[in-house]
Design a protein around this ligand. Structure first.
Ligand code: FAD
Length: 296
């Protein structure tokens, strides 16, 4: 960490955590144990994803509703445009509002598995910016949107993608959460480009602790996140050694968040994959402590 401020010197950052809705009882138990472990860190909000093609609508809703009823957490429900009419999407949004959900992560979503090109539903919201506009008409939601420091893979151009982010903010979003990235310089340069484009809302870095490097590399190729060569070298030879991989992953993520924190970033969004331990450790390194146990 040469050049970085001593550990635990900077004020603790604001945190948020992303979960996905579970498919089975076992995964449900894993999710809730993850939520209970991270809850004392008093995140600003926790978000629950919406499956590709809107496939988890009921499960996302059930998870978010339970978060409202049974925890002290503020949930944000992800909502996508894919494969649904505006009316259907609006109904889902209204149901969230009625269930007490006040924060939506508004996304276009990806085409369903096996379909290569995204085609808007004929009666649907075509892009996330349209969804943000629609949501603003339904209720005064807090709205977050996605941002891509390395440019969205199907964007017409880098500038067009940045204009798109600006449109989402101008339509009413008050925060962007980034796709995960591993090269901190790329994110910092992206912040500069956002500012130059007049985007002044927080662009919260999405942090992905990597415990399964092989899987992450495959996924990154699809979602346009670059995986630097140095990461490949770090995880080399650890394919059958999950324990060492986790330790390496902790170091990689801790180094990344420390560098970001040293560059003034004071809010972090963690892709938890419903596993709490790495996230808890990294948040701890950043200075987060369970509520009520602040360091003297
Ligand atoms: P948009 O902002 O609509 O942009 C999509 C693409 O279209 C971009 O390339 C943009 O440049 C381009 N574009 C926008 N407007 C136009 C236009 N008028 N003409 C031509 N091109 C245009 N996916 C899920 O299915 N469920 C989730 O829960 C989910 N959560 C996510 C959370 C975060 C923080 C992030 C970063 C991504 C998430 N995704 C999720 C993935 C996301 O749905 C995909 O990346 C999707 O391909 C783009 O969604 P978007 O909201 O960024 O789309």
């Amino acid at each position: 960490f040469g050049g970085l401020p001593p550990l635990a010197e900077l004020p603790p950052p604001a945190l948020s955590f992303e979960f996905f809705p579970p498919k089975t009882d076992a995964l449900e138990a894993q999710l809730w144990s993850c939520i209970r472990r991270l809850e004392p860190l008093a995140p600003r909000f926790v978000s629950v994803t919406y499956g590709a093609g809107g496939s988890t609508q009921a499960r996302t809703h059930a998870t978010v509703a339970r978060l409202v009823k049974e925890t002290s957490l503020t949930p944000a429900a992800h909502l996508t445009c894919v494969a649904a009419s505006r009316r259907e999407v609006d109904d889902v949004a209204r149901a969230y509002w009625e269930a007490g959900v006040r924060h939506i992560v508004a996304l276009r979503g990806d085409p369903p598995a096996g379909v290569e090109r995204y085609e808007p539903h004929p009666e649907g919201y075509a892009y996330a910016a349209d969804l943000v506009e629609g949501l603003s008409r339904i209720a005064p939601f807090e709205i977050s949107v996605a941002a891509y420091p390395e440019t969205h893979p199907s964007a017409l151009s880098t500038d067009h993608d940045l204009d798109n982010l600006k449109r989402k903010i101008d339509a009413g979003a008050t925060r962007a959460i980034t796709q995960y990235f591993f090269d901190t310089d790329i994110y910092l340069r992206f912040l500069d480009r956002c500012l130059a484009a007049g985007i002044t809302v927080p662009i919260v870095p999405g942090i992905m602790p990597v415990s399964n490097f092989t899987q992450m590399k495959k996924f990154s190729a699809m979602c346009g996140a670059g995986v630097p060569d140095w990461m490949g070298r770090l995880f080399e030879g650890l394919e059958d050694d999950a324990e060492t991989r986790r330790m390496v992953a902790a170091v990689v993520a801790a180094e990344q968040v420390r560098l970001l924190q040293a560059n003034g970033v004071d809010e972090f969004h963690f892709y938890t994959l419903n596993r709490p331990d790495l996230v808890f450790a990294i948040a701890h390194i950043l200075g987060a402590r369970p509520a009520g146990t602040a360091a003297a």
